[in-house]
Design a protein around this ligand. Structure first.
Ligand code: ADP
Length: 160
């Protein structure tokens, strides 16, 4: 069985992420979307919220699971018995960071391979931080986050 893990902050998941997940689900038998519990960033949404948003967004994809991890990705990969990491690339600006991450993960575990999916050009401008800003200033995020979670994201970010 070919397995892969798509790790990220997903704070929150966007339609750009979902597009990568849907395309990956056509290429692999088993896809795990893994939410990173990153203590160095201060996320807008908890791991439980981010995980729940992704679960709602991928309910139509039978070979996609959602998990979370902290610590090293390579340790989570071993735990999941997976060797392929999926990452998305939007613009040249993503490249340097992604290149460093991929090189570091291979250094930590030589069996791990990173595969990059190019963004759909429709979503090349889209990021979680942009979604958070638009919502906080009262703009519409229709088409920018998966439809089943739009209301929850709006309510949650405008409530404080
Ligand atoms: P991280 O903090 O790990 O970069 P993100 O949630 O921002 O987490 O992104 C997870 C992965 O998805 C990264 O590889 C990122 O480049 C990719 N990604 C983010 N937004 C898009 C998008 N609009 N199109 C394609 N890939 C994307």
């Amino acid at each position: 069985m070919n397995k892969c893990v798509y790790p990220g902050s997903f704070d929150p998941v966007t339609t750009g992420h979902l597009d990568i997940i849907e395309r990956t689900a056509k290429l692999f038998d088993d896809v795990t979307v893994a939410v990173l519990n990153n203590y160095t960033k201060s996320p807008a949404f908890s791991v439980a919220e981010r995980t729940a948003f992704i679960k709602k967004s991928v309910a139509h994809l039978k070979n996609v699971r959602v998990g979370s991890f902290d610590g090293l990705l390579v340790d989570y990969m071993k735990q999941q018995d997976a060797k392929i990491i999926i990452r998305g690339l939007r613009a040249l600006s993503d490249f340097e960071h992604e290149f460093q991450l991929a090189a570091m993960n291979t250094k930590l575990c030589s069996e791990v391979e990173t595969i990059f999916m190019m963004t759909n050009t429709k979503y090349s401008f889209l990021s979680s931080s942009m979604v958070r800003e638009i919502v906080q200033f009262g703009g519409s995020v229709e088409g920018l986050v998966p439809a089943p979670i739009i209301d929850e994201i709006r309510n949650r970010l405008t409530k404080q």
